[in-house]
Design a protein around this ligand. Structure first.
Ligand code: ADP
Ligand code: MG
Length: 705
């Protein structure tokens, strides 16, 4: 491969041109680029800067304020390795026209010591610390070209690129990437096809693709930069929403193989026997669901409602419609113990209508299991409760028309294609108690219709929440002892955010041993954690629910809710380490009975931010408010339960600050598909190609394009 590509050939760089043909890229660089996922010219161009340097974002050294985040630009004056009695570190002295500051590295010294030469121009970013004068610890650094930044004489905006160790080795640090891209973008026109529909470009005055690509790399002004960013954010959100629209359309396009004539005779029987009046919100969502059940299009609906908002009765009333019309209903829960609980509740509530649910879980005697399977197949069983396995392995239904899924997170949602493969196409109702902020839910559940129960039944017991530090623990333990003597039960929860965290598990086990031996020697304590087998977990939960165990010490596994109305105290250890939504979910486990309850948050490591977060929990019990706050404070990547969701890995858009753009992109994407369901029109050609090329892995089960 020749590195001597003529200048003229640069203008023939097509989006799909292999990276090795780009001027300045030889075999070694091509390897490194491919390693970081950059295979074509398009991949390179779509690797946007991670941030920018410009006059407004740089602080003269003399004006730095301790405790704030800042970026400085200056020259490397000197650098040396320092060894004191306590620690050794690497120190680089940076100066601009106003003053000097030390940058310090305690770790990675062997890389840093070769990173700079005296006289280099550098940009450093980080929090200003103070110790014998202001200093920056482990700042983010970027080398600049000599003369690339001169704050007095230029108003240039410099892109800073993400890099990797491998890329740096072949000279493609942030500066190297600038050197590579600048000539291409400044001297030659790009030839990317416009992938957004023209009507949208003009309606929202979005920058055209080739101009936007130039401006996002080497912006002429902040204004142009912002417009280019807006364009790419829109592009990202638009295609994501379009994908969801396509999915939804695919589901809607299939007509039901069954039909309901009326709500049937059972609904009223159950309703008349309820010991409480449904809330207005419950009534509204039942109407929403019924409206869709009776329509010819298959239902794919999310029922969202905070912990305790009364989803179970809604589910049962909907199930009673299907059953009353002679069809079968499956209710699925994420764990066996939850399935058992649903089974008990449904049995109780369904009694007045003669609905007899059956439970199908692992570990049932073979004979019993076979009998149940036979009755499901013959239609003798109209309501069956179990785990996901219920509709997957060897279970044949006579006429399943409704599947109700109770789940905490999206991960387990049934693959409709699997059902269709079994010759079934039932309505699906997914219930979730996770109060997902709207911005996230239209991304996570954007292909579903949503019903929300936004009202709680009249209060039973009150829940008081308190934050304490460890000094108060002795008093709290005493109080717990007294409450147990009165017959109440207690949860003590340890943080174990990630099941692979051995140290956390260790801490929980040690905490349990300590409490058992030293604090509550004459009470009955049990430990529950995620590494136990399901059978063990179920056994422990059972003895807690039946009252044998007084205090259940656990990691976060109990958040997946089992009802025990007798629990009046929850103590959450190291509460500062939990997400707010997680605490909210945990707290929903208490106050399930008549009595008042208390939730005690033990804050062991107090920072201003963590304390502010925790206080949100004191001020509201509204799950949506809490989750919005959580999302703001922690970002979608960390947001509870959504970490592993590929959809949320946005390249440029931000689900929080780009909320409005997301709504517009969604509206436009759904509109386009409404007007042109198969994207066959000429003016949607590029939209269609882009979707197929870039999202085909998600389109796997959809055959509509
Ligand atoms: P979740 O939405 O968390 O699943 P549940 O369906 O378990 O909530 O309901 C919680 C409790 O509230 C149950 O004991 C249920 O019987 C009760 N409940 C449900 N709806 C009402 C209502 N409208 N008024 C009073 N209590 C209700
Ligand atoms: Mg529930």
């Amino acid at each position: 491969m020749s590195r001597q590509i003529s200048k003229q050939s640069l203008s023939y760089l097509k989006p799909e041109t292999p990276i090795i043909y780009v001027k300045g890229v030889g075999p070694k660089r091509a390897d490194a680029l491919e390693d970081s996922g950059i295979k074509t010219f398009s991949d390179l161009i779509y690797r946007f800067p991670r941030r920018y340097l410009d006059r407004s974002t740089i602080t003269p050294i003399v004006k730095l304020k301790v405790g704030t985040e800042a970026t400085i630009v200056g020259k490397v004056f000197s650098q040396n390795f320092v060894k004191t009695r306590r620690r050794s570190f690497y120190q680089v002295l940076i100066g601009d026209e106003s003053g000097q500051i030390k940058c310090i590295w305690f770790n990675g010294i062997k890389y840093i010591k070769d990173a700079f030469k005296t006289g280099d121009m550098v940009a450093m970013s980080g929090r200003i610390d103070f110790f014998n004068g202001p200093r920056l610890i482990h700042p983010d650094y970027d080398k600049l070209e000599a003369g690339e930044w001169d704050p007095i004489h230029t108003a240039r905006i410099i892109p800073l690129y993400p890099s990797s160790a491998f890329l740096k080795k072949v000279g493609l640090d942030s500066r190297g990437i600038r050197r590579l891209l600048r000539p291409i973008l400044e001297q030659f026109p790009l030839s990317f096809d416009e992938i957004l529909p023209e009507s949208i470009i003009s309606k929202f005055e979005l920058t055209e693709i080739n101009e936007a690509l130039r401006q996002i790399h080497f912006p002429e002004s902040i204004e142009y930069l912002n417009r280019a960013r807006k364009r790419f954010k829109f592009e990202e959100l638009f295609f994501l929403q379009l994908l969801l629209a396509v999915k939804r359309q695919g589901i809607k396009a299939t007509k039901k193989p069954f039909k309901y004539e009326s709500p049937g005779p059972l609904l009223k029987k159950i309703y008349d026997k309820l010991s409480f009046e449904l809330t207005d919100a419950q009534k509204r969502v039942i109407h929403e669901i019924w409206d869709e059940m009776k329509s010819p299009e298959v239902m794919n609906r999310l029922l969202q409602g905070d912990v305790g908002s009364g989803k179970t009765i809604v589910a049962l009333l909907c199930a009673s419609i299907a059953i009353g019309n002679g069809f079968q209903v499956a209710v699925m829960a994420p764990t066996e113990i939850l399935a058992e609980q649903h089974y008990r509740n449904l049995k109780l509530l369904g009694e007045p209508a003669g609905i007899e649910p059956r439970l199908l879980i692992g570990g049932q005697p073979k004979k019993e299991r076979e009998k149940i399977l036979g009755e499901i197949e013959s239609g003798a069983i109209s309501l069956v409760v179990g785990t996901h396995a219920l509709i997957q392995e060897g279970v044949e239904f006579k006429n399943l028309s409704l599947v109700i899924i109770d789940e905490q997170h999206r991960f387990g949602v049934v693959q409709r294609s699997k059902l269709i493969g079994k010759g079934l196409n039932p309505d699906v109702l997914v219930m979730t108690a996770t109060p997902i902020p709207r911005t996230l839910s239209i991304t996570l559940y954007g292909d579903m219709d949503v019903s929300i129960i936004d009202e709680m039944p009249a209060k039973r017991g009150k829940i008081i929440t308190k934050i304490i530090n460890e000094d108060r623990l002795a008093d709290v333990y005493k109080y717990i002892g007294e409450q147990v003597k009165k017959g109440n039960q207690v949860y003590i929860v340890y943080p174990l955010i990630d099941e692979s965290e051995k140290l956390d598990l260790q801490a929980a086990i040690q905490g349990f041993e300590y409490l058992k031996k030293n604090v509550f020697p004459d009470l009955n304590l049990s430990l529950l954690h995620g590494s136990m087998s399901n059978a063990e977990k179920d056994e422990i939960m059972r003895s807690f629910v039946n009252g044998t165990v007084n205090i259940l010490v656990s990691t976060t596994v109990i958040e997946v809710g089992v009802d025990n109305p007798n629990v009046t105290i929850m103590l959450i250890e190291n509460a500062e380490r939990f997400g707010l939504t997680q605490i909210h979910q945990l707290r929903g486990r208490i106050g399930r009975g008549e009595k008042n309850s208390i939730c005690i948050l033990v804050e062991r490591k107090r920072t201003e931010i963590s304390h502010r977060r925790l206080k949100t929990i004191l001020s509201t019990t509204n799950g949506f408010e809490i989750s919005e706050e959580d999302l703001k404070l922690r970002g979608p990547g960390e947001f509870y339960g959504t970490k592993q969701h590929g959809f949320l890995k946005m390249k440029i858009a931000d689900l929080i600050s780009d909320k409005e753009l997301l709504k517009i992109a969604r509206r436009e994407a759904f509109q386009i598909l409404d007007d042109d369901p198969h994207l066959r029109r000429t003016n949607n050609k590029y939209v269609r190609n882009h979707l197929i090329k870039n999202y085909s892995e998600y389109l796997e089960f959809i055959n509509v394009l």
